[in-house]
Design a protein around this ligand. Structure first.
Ligand code: FAD
Ligand code: PHB
Length: 390
């Protein structure tokens, strides 16, 4: 088998890249290790920057999103029970779109499945070959049969634990990493959201976030120790803890119900540089991870896919400048998002045994609540206005 671009990983980065390349007339095949049902069942991100919405629109997969998504002009930031609204629309001229990653994946899968044979699920033992020369290839196993896919380029879109980055020799890659000493316990429930917009709450018992997927589905998170197991968090304990951490008036309105999904996610910052190794290009979580507080991971994955699709399209028209600068351009945006996600996590979470840090958090919250300049900086970063970045 032969294709122009072999894409490893069928998450948002891989699927969006595949669809954008398809629209440019560039042949590509996506190799995904898991089943379609598994990939579509993973509950993850929910907040889209305007640039991501624009990309999905350009990719021709925005029809359902236009019908079902919610548009938010701002967020509520609560600090020890006191709440301030950050009005994105007034401060930046734009807002964010709330639409689940699961729905985006479904929409993209739907579009790509129409192209028969271009989306391979349950591809086992994917291995990358010869990407440092002119004839790269990828091998994989499906139903016990080994296949070889010859290609011009490989796009590594296989998330943080994938095979692509791991195939690069250690000496060719530099890793920047910072661990966060706690996790997020997330719950999805078939209940109306507690508020019309997201609530990010700092509390002495720990951070809490009230998000949503629709007017009838809520997504809530509480900061928890990384050592906690799901058994330690029956629904009743989760709702009780969430209620304590958000402002009283919100807690009084909170409608609870059985959880339909519950999971614990670790938080960390991670960047691999560069994002290109000869004919292998990394995109999305394969190259970088941010704590979810800033809602940036999915948006970065889509931005990488958009930049890479445009660079491949230019290459096939005879212009390699996009491919040559891909890594450098993406890393600018990545580091802006890494900085924001780190800062926002440090502002809103509880850190043990750090009374000095707690006072700094309080002072910073006061500044955001009273200074238009400080609120604007938060708003610009949240909606993804990164001047100077790709
Ligand atoms: P993935 O979604 O991880 O996709 C990679 C794919 O590659 C997977 O389908 C995987 O099965 C496949 N794969 C892995 N290894 C192999 C292999 N060897 N061979 C073949 N296939 C392989 N981001 C936001 O922007 N906003 C948010 O609000 C937000 N909230 C989040 C909340 C939580 C709780 C979590 C955990 C994350 C959140 N994120 C958010 C981050 C976001 O979900 C990720 O950044 C996004 O999924 C990255 O997409 P990706 O395609 O790069 O990687
Ligand atoms: C979500 O809805 O899952 C979500 C929203 C905002 C975040 C993180 C996750 O910052």
């Amino acid at each position: 088998m032969r294709t122009q671009v072999a894409i490893i990983g069928g998450g948002p980065a891989g699927l969006l890249l595949s669809q954008l390349l398809h629209l440019e007339g560039i042949d590509n095949v996506v190799l995904e290790r898991r089943s379609r049902a598994y990939v579509e069942g993973r509950i993850r991100a929910g907040v889209l920057e305007p640039g991501t919405v624009e990309l999905l629109t350009r990719a021709g997969v925005a029809e359902r999103m236009r019908r079902e998504a919610l548009y938010h002009d701002g967020i509520h930031l609560a600090f020890d029970g006191r709440s301030t609204r950050i009005d994105f629309k007034a401060l930046t001229g734009t807002g964010v779109t709330v639409y689940g990653q699961t729905s985006i994946t479904e929409d993209l899968n739907e579009a790509r499945t129409a192209a028969i044979g271009k989306l391979v699920f349950e591809a086992e033992d994917v291995a990358l070959h010869d990407f440092n020369g002119p004839h790269p290839s990828v091998t994989y196993r499906r139903d016990g049969v080994t296949h070889e896919l010859a290609c011009d380029f490989i796009a590594g879109c296989d998330g943080s634990h994938g095979v692509s980055r791991a195939s690069v020799p250690e000496r060719a890659i530099r890793i920047f990493e910072r661990e966060v000493p706690f996790g997020w316990l997330g719950v999805l429930s078939e209940t109306p959201p507690v508020a019309d917009e997201l609530i990010y709450a700092h509390h002495e018992r720990g951070f809490a976030l009230c998000s949503m997927r629709s007017k009838t589905r809520s997504r809530y998170y509480v900061q928890c120790p990384l050592t906690d197991s799901l058994e330690a968090w029956p629904d009743a304990r989760f709702w009780d803890e969430l209620k304590r951490r958000i402002p009283k008036e919100d807690g009084a309105r909170l409608i609870t119900g059985p959880s339909v999904e519950k999971s614990i996610a670790p938080l960390r910052s991670f960047v691999a540089e560069p994002m290109q190794f000869e004919r292998l290009f990394l995109a999305g979580d394969a190259a970088h991870i941010v704590p979810p507080t800033g809602a940036k991971g999915l948006n970065l994955a889509c931005a990488d896919a958009g930049a890479l699709a445009a660079a491949f399209a230019a290459h096939y028209r005879g212009d390699d400048s996009g491919l040559d600068t891909y890594s450098e351009r993406c890393l600018k945006r990545v580091w802006r998002a890494v900085r924001f996600s780190w800062w926002y996590t440090a502002l809103t979470h509880r850190f043990d045994d750090d009374p000095f840090g707690a006072r700094l958090q309080q002072a910073e919250f006061e500044m955001i609540a009273t200074s238009r300049a400080a609120a604007t900086t938060l708003a610009e970063n949240y909606v993804g206005i990164f001047p100077g970045a790709a």
